[in-house]
Ligand binder design. Structure first.
Ligand code: XMP
Length: 298
């Protein structure tokens, strides 16, 4: 989009508090230093945790997150209008799309893929889950949507990315859902539970990379269930969460096969997660393909 419209583009990164470890720094680095594109970085963790407090239903979580994303984009758009009207005479006001009296920003560009559209349901297809960027969007959206990748599957998107010369670490990054860790934290999403999952997830990805398997897998990550189980550590009893390892192979996310990870890797994952992540006393492995499971747990 930046190649097409240059400075008319404003990139917005919303830190929901549900991102992976060091993700915010990586996004900043990629946009500002590699692409030399300015980025509005909105730190909105408190707002997301507040909106999600007490919510356990997966679809409700997705809709809350989808709506809050849009409200934040609307706020950023309003701030841009104020800024540009303060600069009148020295700088051009942004070209507008839908409603130029409300906002000088007419369009929201997002990276919706075809599986997001299919799984969010339609008159003829069941809703599997409301992807935050499709079924999770509020009805009163203040922007026209621009979705250049909407009809493409991920393997096709990667081909486009390579054609455009994007860096390999961006093209080959594992997919990460918009609602982020929220759909991997079963039950209530709290800052403490997010911190547990983020720490476990970082170990999973680090060890998978170290084993040279990152590029071979479609996705690998950790999931935090709602149950706690009894364990024994040192001389004492523990009553803490298990962490579930999820690793899958897939071409397009519509179907997936659980990955046969080597035993020595699983052993390292188990011992590191239990030793390094407070609040976890057990590690389990998800051996469900899609169907019947979906890739994410919610
Ligand atoms: P599932 O869990 O349905 O996921 O098998 C299929 C692929 O989509 C990703 N995913 C999402 N991506 N917004 C996104 O941008 C979402 O709300 C969302 N939900 C799931 C998931 O990580 C997998 O790659």
């Amino acid at each position: 989009v930046h190649k097409a419209i240059g400075d008319q583009l404003t990139c917005v990164y919303v830190d929901t508090g549900l991102m992976r470890a060091t993700e915010s720094e990586q996004v900043e680095e990629t946009f500002r230093r590699q692409f030399r594109i300015d980025l509005v970085h909105v730190k909105a963790a408190d707002r997301f945790f507040e909106a999600l407090a007490g919510v356990t239903d997966p679809e409700e979580k997705r809709k809350i997150i989808g709506e809050l994303f849009i409200r934040i984009f609307e706020e950023v758009a309003r701030d841009l209008v104020i800024e540009s009207s303060e600069r009148v005479g020295t700088d051009a006001v942004r070209p507008s799309g839908a409603d130029s009296t409300e906002s000088a920003v007419g369009y929201l560009v997002q990276g919706t893929l075809y599986p997001d559209v299919i799984e969010s349901g339609s008159d003829s297809a069941a809703t599997i889950k409301s992807h935050h960027n499709v079924g999770g969007l509020p009805d009163d959206l203040a922007f026209d949507l621009v979705e250049p990748l909407r009809l493409l599957f991920k393997d096709e998107v990667r081909a486009v990315g390579e054609e455009l010369g994007l860096p390999p670490e961006i093209v080959w990054r594992h997919p990460f859902p918009g609602p982020g860790l929220a759909v991997r934290i079963i039950g209530e999403v709290t800052p403490d539970r997010a911190a547990i999952l983020r720490a476990a997830d970082a170990i999973v990805v680090e060890e998978i990379r170290r084993a040279g398997l990152y590029r071979d897998l479609w996705q690998c990550f950790a999931v935090l269930p709602v149950v706690r189980t009894v364990g024994v550590m040192g001389d004492g009893r523990t009553y803490a969460y298990p962490v579930v390892i999820r690793a899958v192979n897939s071409d397009d996310a519509m179907t997936a096969d659980w990955a046969r990870l080597p035993y020595d890797l699983l052993e390292r994952l188990s011992s590191r997660i239990i030793n390094e992540v407070d609040g976890v006393n057990r590690v389990a492995l998800d051996i469900t393909s899609k169907p019947p499971g979906t890739i994410e747990w919610e």
